[in-house]
Design a protein around this ligand. Structure first.
Ligand code: PAF
Length: 276
């Protein structure tokens, strides 16, 4: 990969990179299409990164289907598919990790300590190996995108980070490799995440400015559905991820909910409206 990246650069071509953990769905394919628009050469990586999973999380069970993934990526005109092995990236004795002080201490970082250190570490390693001009990340993982942008700025990586909108099923469920774990009953419960976000958007558009009123409504909607257990419902500043009490500017509403044993996340931007 190092050699291919050097050759591409020597030929004066640009590289757009899409990091994934495989088990591709339409959301990933939209990232690849965005990468295709941005640069001459598209590199897609597939690696289920062990360092971003905590003890008891789904690292072993994470869905994998490299043959199907390769076909899907090739259909999108991917130039280079990079599928490293664990021992290539984390050989015995590996001991270097990236820490960020503030952003990982919010939202998902609270119930997943160490997760963003694992994400930053693997993304930094992949940037060093692939040397991309652009890297495309989904906005569904809003906190991940914020953490990566900050890491790139703080550590002077020479790469432009592009956020790409969440892709949803026709009924609104945000696409995720983990949706595969849901039974049909759980899938109906999972729809309450999107419903709660849409209700909050409508309430703010009609003039509601109190974050606690919006959060209470979302909690009620989600907890009324069977098999849901809320990790967090938060309204926060999109840059700092600090809680916001009054919606007087665009803010982020983020949710993490377990449906059965599957942890799902979703988010939207709420715009303040005018009352009446
Ligand atoms: O978003 C993901 O799939 C992963 O967190 C990433 C960015 C590929 C790092 O392992």
């Amino acid at each position: 990969m190092h050699q291919s990246a050097r050759d591409v650069k020597r030929a004066g071509k640009s590289i757009a990179f899409v990091p994934t953990m495989g088990f591709l769905h339409e959301g990933h394919l939209s990232l690849i299409r965005e990468a295709r628009r941005l640069a001459d050469i598209v590199v897609v990586s597939m690696f289920v990164n062990p360092t971003q999973f905590g003890p008891g999380e789904d690292f072993e069970a994470y869905p994998r289907d490299p043959a199907r993934d390769s076909e899907l990526a090739e259909n999108e005109d991917t130039d280079i598919l990079f599928i490293p092995e664990k021992q290539d990236l984390y050989p015995p004795g590996y001991e270097t990790y990236i820490i960020q002080e503030n952003l990982p201490g919010h939202l998902c970082g609270i119930s997943r300590p160490g997760h963003f250190t694992g994400v930053m570490t693997i993304v930094a390693k992949l940037f060093n190996i692939i040397k991309p001009h652009y890297a495309v990340f989904g906005e569904k993982d809003f906190q991940q995108l914020a953490v990566i942008r900050k890491m790139v700025s703080d550590l002077n990586f020479d790469v432009k980070i592009i956020g790409s909108p969440t892709v949803r099923e026709t009924d609104g469920l945000a696409m995720s490799s983990r949706n595969k774990y849901l039974s049909s009953g759980q899938r109906s419960s999972a729809l309450t995440l999107y419903r709660a976000l849409c209700d909050a958007k409508e309430m703010t558009a009609k003039g509601e400015t109190r974050a606690d009123a919006l959060i209470d409504a979302a909690v009620q909607t989600i907890s009324a559905a069977p098999e849901t257990s809320i990790d967090y419902v938060k309204i926060c500043d999109p840059d700092t991820l600090e809680d916001v009490a009054v919606i007087d500017r665009p803010v982020l509403m983020g949710l993490a909910v377990k449906v059965g044993r599957t942890r799902l996340i979703d988010n939207t931007i709420l715009q303040p409206g005018s009352r009446g």
